[in-house]
Design a protein around this ligand. Structure first.
Ligand code: 13P
Length: 281
């Protein structure tokens, strides 16, 4: 069943686990996420960014995800990940997304707050959930090369409180030391910052850049107050490897797709276990 993300996240926050938020890039990844979540009786957030929606065809991609979520035997939220405009927010809400993120973290705080407020108002008119971002996720890794002070790129607790209070957003993605994509250096997650934000804000917090982080680190982040764990790259890499291996001997599309689904399903099951969301549906 298709539900607003906040329903899944509030329950997870109360009961001390996280909801895996998994990016899909095609039909096989989407199916593997839902099938595995059903098998493990886990709630799940299906997410996709505007860049990918444009690449694979936004109307068809939204329709396949929405219908798969509606038919699923477990609670599924459909989330727009990292959009950069209110036009995308309006489009997603009109196409059945139950959660939306507008990432204005690169803008000055006042502009980030103004956009987050409009995102929250639009989302709430549709009974959907709104996510905003604060700090610079991804920059911590880059800073080793540019020499920037990594601490300056993390979310500031005072700014976070102002953003949440003045915008009315439901969930916040604070920069806490993780980065998107495959890590060149092991991430240094600021667990104390997560805890400080969780206590002060009292809303579900999101860990972006979940690929390639150890289970122990993610579990510690959940213990300190993370409730949504975003993973994308690992699923894409698994799909590509499986396709490359299977296509050598097999040309029948459904058979190639079935192998990819199996391989991605194994990764999804690990992420569900990592989030401790097994049997929470
Ligand atoms: P990864 O691709 O690094 O797993 O990050 C996913 C993410 O944070 C999506 O918003």
């Amino acid at each position: 069943m298709l539900e607003p993300a906040i329903h899944l996240l509030n329950r997870a926050k109360q009961e001390g686990y996280a909801v895996p938020a998994l990016n899909f890039h095609n039909l096989e990844i989407l199916q593997a996420i839902i099938e595995t979540a059903e098998k493990e009786h886990s709630p799940v957030i299906l997410q996709i960014s505007p860049i990918y929606l444009e690449k694979i065809g936004r109307t068809a991609a939204a329709a396949m995800a929405r219908e798969a979520a509606r038919e699923a035997k477990i609670p599924v939220a459909l989330h727009l990940d990292h959009s950069n405009s209110l036009e995308w927010i309006r489009w997603a809400l009109a196409h059945g997304f139950t959660s939306v993120m507008l990432d204005a973290s690169a803008l000055p705080l006042t502009e980030n707050i103004a956009l987050a407020r409009q995102t929250a108002e639009l989302a709430h008119e549709h009974g959907a959930t709104a996510e905003a971002e604060l700090g610079h996720i991804g920059g911590v890794e880059d800073s080793r090369e540019t020499g920037a002070d990594p601490k300056k790129l993390l979310a500031d607790p005072g700014e976070a409180a102002k953003l949440v209070q003045e915008s009315g957003i439901d969930i916040l993605a604070p920069a806490v030391g993780t980065a998107h994509g495959l890590y060149k250096f092991p991430p240094k997650i600021d667990f104390r910052l997560i805890e400080e934000l969780a206590v002060a804000l009292n809303i579900p917090l999101v860990l972006h850049g979940g690929s390639g982080i150890s289970n122990d680190m993610v579990r510690e982040a959940i213990r300190r107050g993370i409730t949504k764990v975003n993973v994308g790259t690992e699923l894409k890499v698994t799909w590509a490897k499986s396709m490359a291996e299977t296509l050598i001997n097999e040309g029948e599309p459904w058979k190639v797709a079935a192998k990819a689904r199996e391989a991605i399903g194994r990764v999804v099951a690990q992420k569900i276990l990592m989030c401790a969301s097994v049997n929470r549906a």
